[in-house]
Design a protein around this ligand. Structure first.
Ligand code: CA
Length: 429
């Protein structure tokens, strides 16, 4: 299997005990991030079990091309390197964290993750959100156009819009309910106030690696090489604001008030064993135009990722009730691959840069057990769901906490996870 090496060996264990059997961060994962130990400034680290290894301390032991890049408070410079350099870093980290002879070097550089603060892993120059979850696009389209849910461009164009990089925050930062113009269908004029239909969207995020020069597209066959890694992404959405403002130019204030991501970059290299074929298109669907079609991408451009969304209300937490599972799905519901998203984005010559963030769009399953937003679960607010404490929800209330999670699984490999992507809703100001 392409890109699979000794770092993915299921028999490899870590000298950091908590990593062995860890649901997110066993030694086969080694995600990169920026963290602050208690009372200290931000720095690069790698998650290993319940601990974080401080990378600046092992810089001299790492490959020359990357060792000197691991001292700042962003990973943009590392992301700008070719994937071969990330592979070299990964192999060395795997060795340092598995071979007990390195214990004396490694142990003083370990921090308890629970005591640390996570930051954004990169200075995000631009954030773009796509719409490639075909079930989500169909479900949302059906709320507006029951007979014709997908517009004619959907199966030709990976649909996207430019989001707002300044309001992306790591997991754990609370989301303040946005104010905005709301106009219900039966109201003549809008009012300004707190959103009454606040929602989440389950998405994956793509971290751009090496960019492209303005005017020089990224060919589909090379697009994979430009992706540094992946994260979970929650595209919080004020549905009432969205419904009123979106015509004719699309989402604006309904979505740019806050975006939550999981703070660890799960590298493209870590996910190599979990690559699978892109599911075939439905019979009668058009083939992708040539600039979006690549045989190798079709053979291995999708990922075997299990996705889950959980909700806990303030009352549930007060009563000690566990979070309620809203949905379980998979990442195979993407109509376009990650490489197609990147190739399309750069196809007009638009320059992508290391550390740019791209959302896939909401990833809903084919039935309600896998719907990736409350808009779909509640059928546009018509069908409330009942939570374990007896409360009902159509959209999110203040105090609600939404958590996204993702686990990559493949036979013969140790599963790896993305870590937390979670935030609580605070009242509007
Ligand atoms: Ca979205």
């Amino acid at each position: 299997m392409s890109g699979v090496d000794e770092t993915h060996d299921p028999k490899r264990t870590s000298l950091v005990e908590s990593a062995n059997g860890h649901s997110d961060f066993p030694i086969q994962n080694l995600p990169l991030g920026i963290f602050s130990p208690p009372g200290h400034h931000a720095r690069p680290g790698v998650a290993i079990g319940d601990m974080i290894l401080e990378l600046s301390g092992v810089g001299a032991l790492l490959p020359e091309t990357v060792g000197h890049l691991l001292t700042g408070n962003t990973l943009n410079a590392l992301m700008a390197l070719p994937s071969a350099d990330r592979v070299a870093l990964r192999r060395r980290l795997s060795e340092l964290l598995s071979d007990p002879t390195h214990r004396e070097i490694v142990e003083p550089l370990l921090h308890k993750a629970a005591d640390c603060v996570m930051h954004l892993p990169a200075a995000i120059g631009d954030y773009t959100d796509f719409y490639v979850g075909i079930h989500h696009a169909t479900n949302v389209g059906a709320l507006f156009r029951p007979d014709n849910p997908l517009l004619p461009n959907y199966k030709y164009v990976p649909i996207g819009y430019h989001g707002r990089a300044s309001s992306v925050r790591p997991s754990g930062v609370p989301v303040v309910r946005p104010n905005g113009q709301r106009k219900a269908p039966d109201e003549d004029t809008p009012t300004f106030g707190p959103s009454r239909r606040l929602d989440y969207e389950l998405e994956l995020g793509i971290w751009m690696g090496q960019g492209n020069e303005l005017g020089h597209p990224i060919p589909i066959g090379e697009a994979r090489e430009h992706i540094a890694g992946y994260c979970l992404l929650n595209d919080w959405s004020a549905r009432d604001v969205q419904a009123w403002e979106y015509q004719p130019l699309g989402p604006f204030l309904a979505k740019n008030f806050h975006t939550t991501i999981s703070p660890w970059i799960v590298t493209a290299e870590a996910l190599a064993p979990f690559r699978i074929a892109q599911p075939p298109r439905a019979e009668g669907d058009p083939a992708p135009l040539p600039y979006l079609f690549d045989e190798a991408d079709q053979r291995s451009g999708a990922f075997a990722l299990e996705l889950e969304v959980r909700l806990s209300s303030a009352a549930m937490r007060d009563q000690g009730l566990p979070p309620f599972v809203l949905s379980r799905g998979s990442a195979t519901t993407m109509y376009w691959t990650m490489a197609q998203i990147v190739a399309h984005h750069a196809s007009n010559g638009c320059n992508l840069q290391p550390g740019d963030l791209i959302g896939t769009g909401t990833l809903s399953g084919p039935d309600e057990s896998g719907f990736g937003s409350l808009l779909e679960i509640s059928q546009g607010g018509k069908k409330p769901l009942t939570l374990p404490a007896g409360e009902t929800r159509t959209f999110l209330l203040d105090g609600d906490e939404v958590t996204l999670s993702a686990t990559a699984r493949a036979d013969g490999h140790v599963p790896i996870g993305f870590g937390a992507c979670s935030a609580v809703i605070l009242p509007a100001v």
